[in-house]
Design a protein around this ligand. Sequence first.
Ligand SMILES: [Zn+2]
Length: 372
Amino acid sequence: MAEAREVFLKYSTRRDVVFVLGAGTSHPDGVPLQREILPEILDGSVEEIQNSEIGKEVITFINENFRYNKDVNFPTMESVFGFIDYFLLHNESLNSVYTNAKLRIIKEYLIKLIHFVVDYRTNKKSKYYHLFWEAISKHNPNVSIISLNYDTLLEQAFDFLFEKFGYIDYSIHFMNYEKSEKLKNFNFWIDAQKPLKIKGDALPHAIKLLKLHGSLNWKYCNCCNQTLLTPWDRKIDLNKGKFLGYTYPDNVEYEYSCPLDGTDFQTLIIPPSYYKELTHNVISQLLTEAGKEIRAAKKIVFIGYSLSDADVDILALLKKNISNQQIIVINRKNPERLKLKYLSVTPNVTFYEKTFEGFVSDENFVEELLKG
Ligand SMILES: [Zn+2]
């Protein structure tokens, strides 16, 4: 049998294509758009939310502080988070019930509800992301992906390429990489930035997947300041707020806590708000990495992304790092106000009106786009 070699997977200095994926790429698989999330929490359609402690607390808070008419419109997430963030930022309380400490809890509860709603319908394989990966593996692996989505459908769809073709590189440190007794059950994830043991001559690829607004399968411990990656466990208990895991192969449910210090994990998803908390060490590290990828890109392809007004972080990232890269924007519709948003970033933009499903199904178009 051939001996395994130790090999570093190297990245080229330039990136042929950097993809920036927005909600429009996960929506075909049932992941709600941002504007659909609060209505799902508030309209009473999901019993598990209505009957849970966390659901009740958040719904009461919103009902006491926002007037809305279910038939006409709901408050936006930006306005709810913006309101809470104001008090947190100024260290003020709203009243005797909603003290500063209580508002901090409400905010984490609301994030957990978003986590729950996004995860609700995503326990499946995505046909469209499968086609997307297939095109990359066939035509050009020298790409990076920046995603603003919390869901993990893109990673779940990578399964068929794992090892043979390559590895996903989230480009952050996970406690999974620590070789200690306490973490031995989590050592399965491969760090694509370290030397890998490889048999045979084929050299696998590493593809950076930078999730700038966090991910449902990242669990953050604010005691040891580390993140645990749980690729398959994304469930959350809406009564106790704990993350749930399942043993393999018996599928017995258990509650997650940090394997190193026993602390309860926090979510690592950044909700839409005009005051985004970008001081989070994981997120600021990812923003720096994304800046490097954008500068190294020959071509940047935005898909299903509306450049929302609350994404000031992304606007700043693009403004700072885009110079003469070729920019392509693919959206189901590109109304004038959306075009102007992109043109505010850089004047050199080509627009296409296509859905993500339409894009990945159009083989010639995808091949042309992936050319170096
Ligand atoms: Zn910890």
